[in-house]
Design a protein around this ligand. Structure first.
Ligand SMILES: NC(=O)c1ccc[n+]([C@@H]2O[C@H](COP(=O)([O-])OP(=O)(O)OC[C@H]3O[C@@H](n4cnc5c(N)ncnc54)[C@H](O)[C@@H]3O)[C@@H](O)[C@H]2O)c1
Length: 324
């Protein structure tokens, strides 16, 4: 069995290739070549453990994630976990990898897919709200997907910005890109062509002024429960369609569940990002219009990316082999 930690995964990863992998996982979703139950959330007070099993035609696996909101105040990450990759014929676990880093890698690439396919090709600036683990990779992938010259960051809480930005610079190929911190989410939205939210917020983090959002590409990563919201209702005035990953998202996240229930949009406005990539049924975004992609994530993305990382690590003789 091959054990891959963050350091191992870093040795084989390539940002642009990761966006390709996540696009391919969305295409597999669109073709229906997978089996994936709705993920199981086991909740104890405010803490959650998510179980995300999935099969494709050549592999199966499970990601197990913990989401513990009090962890950052204890010096531990909010999100942690493991990914198990199993051989399809024998069921044997062939690899265990760091689920926290895998999540950041593939969730960043999810944002990258959104930026690559839904933002204006001439976009020059991206703003990320929520300077945590996911926000970090959102910045990297946004800059991978478009030729940006400016990144804006905003967080509701005090941050060691110098260290965050210098870590970002160390990861990014583009050393010329400017990275600035905004004093408010409104300032960030006003200045950015692409707006990405990556927070565990329970009320909208974007300002409730639809005119500020007009013509922008908005990608919401954070909310995955009814009580979590990042996006204000007023965005629906600007949208003909919303891009999502899977039908369960409509039930799972407050950013879709309540607006749908309240009639702010209807199911015939929903487009699946996999269909956009794979088939003629995916509706293309209209140039110049506001585009909105709401991600909640799904086990298929983790499985496909984990399988690729496992294959790359095997080929490159990276990781530790452990006999059971
Ligand atoms: N869509 C997906 O596939 C996917 C995958 C992984 C995580 N997530 C979700 O993304 C969110 C962020 O996860 P993370 O691992 O980056 O957490 P994190 O704790 O590392 O970072 C969250 C950041 O958001 C900031 N924040 C909190 N409330 C805010 C607000 N109201 N306005 C601005 N900033 C605020 C925090 O200060 C922190 O810096 C979580 O809700 C997580 O469940 C989604």
């Amino acid at each position: 069995m091959l054990i891959l930690n963050e350091k191992d995964m870093r040795r084989v990863v390539n940002w642009s290739q990761m966006i390709d992998y996540v696009e391919e996982a969305y295409r597999i979703f669109s073709r229906g070549e997978f089996w994936m139950p709705d993920r199981t959330a086991v909740v104890r007070d405010s803490d959650t453990i998510l179980y995300m099993p999935c099969f494709t035609d050549d592999v199966f696996g499970t990601k197990i994630l913990t989401l513990f909101p009090d962890n950052p105040s204890k010096g531990y990450p909010y999100l942690d976990g493991l990914m198990l990759v199993n051989d399809l014929d024998t069921g044997k676990t062939v690899s265990i990898m760091d689920g926290r880093y895998l999540t950041a890698l593939r969730t960043g690439a999810v944002g990258g897919v959104g930026v690559r396919n839904l933002s204006r090709p001439d976009s020059k600036s991206a703003g990320v709200i929520g300077a945590g683990q996911q926000g970090f990779t959102q910045v990297i992938y946004a800059a991978t997907a478009r030729d940006l010259d400016q990144i804006y960051l905003y967080d509701a809480f005090d941050k060691d910005w110098e260290s965050y930005i210098s870590r970002l610079r160390a990861e990014m190929n583009d050393q010329e890109i400017r990275i600035d911190v905004c004093a408010s989410a409104a300032e960030l939205v006003e200045k950015s062509d692409i707006v990405i939210t990556a927070t565990p917020a329970t009320s909208p983090v974007l300002p409730d002024y639809p005119e500020l959002l007009r013509g922008k590409c908005v990608i919401a990563i954070g909310s995955y429960k009814h009580e979590m919201r990042e996006i204000p209702d007023s965005i629906w005035q600007l949208l003909d369609q919303v891009y999502i990953e899977l039908p369960f998202a409509l039930e799972e996240t407050g950013d879709l569940y309540y607006p749908l229930k309240e009639g702010l949009f209807t199911k015939d406005q929903v487009c699946y990002i996999g269909d956009l990539l794979e088939t003629e049924t995916g509706r293309l975004p209209v140039q110049g219009e506001t585009t909105f992609f709401k991600s909640v994530g799904m086990g298929l993305l983790d499985l496909y990316v984990a399988k690729k990382l496992y294959e790359l690590a095997l080929a490159g003789k990276v990781g530790q082999t452990v006999e059971f």
